[in-house]
Design a protein around this ligand. Structure first.
Ligand code: PLP
Length: 433
């Protein structure tokens, strides 16, 4: 198992024909350099963020050691799902739910905490939606002896109270966002006392804490290039595992919040499309209530509600967009990362948007056939995979479909109960709102 663990991450920026446009400093309107970002993030992460020349970046031995605790993760042929659907397609999934934290987020949490520790940081802070990123970072911070403060989206905190307990178990402090503990939080609450919170509000608060606390760095669980870079471990392992199975995917699918698990599974395969050897389709599955890739505009926008972050060139619904309270908390983000946004623009990949009930319907079919309860976020990838598998049933094509199971849904049983009782609502993006 160990010798299969990749020793390098794959940086698609180096191979992209059109590079992602630079992030812009909101005050000076100049492209951002490593020094600008290094006020907020670990310097090594900033270098990775802006690296457009090295396709392969070494995974430090200390990080590999932690990865070996739970990697390689299994690649599974979903025979029972294929049978349940009666499809000739070969469906594979990469199971990122089988680590102690239950989602792919740990792959970047370990890397970011390691780089923070290495440069002498003592405190880390972050935002979290449903709590998977917060839980992963809380654990990673514990491993490297860092103090950790997490702002969790208020509505998600209420929907999934056990995730805050998990973070506190690892020793982190957890605060619901918007909170009264930051300037940004107070401003948001003053304007809208019942604001349910969003990843945008929580990012504002965490960034404010990082910039006003000595020796404290901010970390992000998605959207940015270096986060997706760390997640390429998923696709690199999957590529080797598919090879062992004697197959290569015709279609690769991931659910889409800010792009890290989708990018993680897709980009290693996409390099063969860029070089012209392969012609795989890549499909990002986003919620119909927060469809930045299918219904957003490509423009410079902030990554957070208050406008503290750099301006990012991205497909966005606007940084003030308030996503509906769907259960897939990890997908409630208004924008997409710069790399993915460029890839969509260049038609290197596609996106679909999935209504909440269709996603849970897919999750139920998957659970009943494979015995794994998927995270509400992952249900979107499963729904997109099922759509493709049904097309194969019509045409009789034996396509090879690979999707990423980004996490398990064992903390989300309230959502499943609501679906089973027929109480789940579909929400659609309404541009005039
Ligand atoms: C956070 C999360 C997502 C969405 O984030 P991406 O960066 O788009 O991957 C998807 N699935 C799970 C289980 C998550 O925790």
């Amino acid at each position: 198992m160990e010798d299969e663990l990749p020793k390098q991450w794959y940086n698609i920026q180096a191979d992209m024909k059109n590079k992602p446009m630079p992030m812009i400093h909101p005050a000076t309107k100049e492209p951002l350099g490593v020094d600008d970002l290094a006020h907020i993030f670990a310097r090594e992460c900033c270098e990775q963020e802006l690296n457009q020349t090295d396709a392969w970046i070494d995974i430090p031995e200390e990080i590999q050691e932690k990865y070996r605790m739970y990697r390689c993760t299994p690649l599974v042929r979903a025979y029972e799902l294929e049978k349940a659907l009666g499809t000739p397609a070969h469906i594979y999934f990469k199971n990122e739910s089988v680590n102690p934290l239950g989602s792919h987020k740990i792959n970047s949490a370990i890397a970011q905490a390691y780089y923070c520790k290495k440069e002498g940081t003592t405190n880390v802070t972050t935002e979290t939606g449903a709590g998977q990123w917060g839980a992963a970072l809380s654990y990673a911070a514990r491993v490297y002896g860092l103090e950790c403060a997490v702002y969790q989206v208020k509505i998600s905190m209420q929907q999934k109270p056990y995730r805050s307990s998990i973070m506190r178990t690892f020793g982190a402090t957890v605060e619901g966002s918007p909170s009264m503990s930051t300037r940004a939080g107070k401003d948001i609450i003053t304007k809208d006392p019942t604001h349910p919170g969003s990843l945008g509000t929580a990012i504002s608060e965490a960034v404010e804490l990082a910039t006003t606390t000595p020796n404290c760095k901010y970390t992000l669980g998605s959207v940015l290039n270096h986060v997706t870079l760390h997640q390429t471990i998923i696709g690199l392992e999957a590529e080797k595992q598919m090879e062992k199975a004697g197959e290569y995917p015709d279609i690769v699918i991931g659910c889409f919040g800010g792009g890290s698990n989708f990018g993680g599974i897709s980009m290693p395969f996409m390099r063969h499309n860029i070089s012209g050897e392969k012609n795989t389709r890549f499909i990002a599955a986003e919620p119909a209530s927060c469809p930045k890739l299918t219904k957003g505009k490509f423009e410079y926008d902030f990554g957070d509600e208050a406008g503290y972050t750099p301006l990012i060139p991205m497909y966005t619904l606007g940084h003030n967009f308030k996503p509906a309270n769907i259960h897939a908390g990890g997908l409630r983000f208004h924008g997409a990362g710069a790399i993915i946004s460029q890839l969509i623009k260049d038609e290197m990949m596609e996106a679909v948007d999935i209504p909440q009930n269709e996603s849970f319907k897919a999750g139920m079919i998957f659970a009943r056939s494979e015995g794994i309860i998927p995270a509400p976020e992952s249900c979107h990838a499963i729904a997109a995979a099922i759509r493709e598998a049904e097309k194969c049933k019509e045409t009789g094509e034996e396509k090879v479909i690979l999707f990423n199971l980004s996490g398990h849904g064992l903390m989300d049983m309230t959502a499943y109960d609501q679906y089973i009782n027929g109480d789940l609502q579909d929400y659609y993006f309404e541009p005039e709102k």
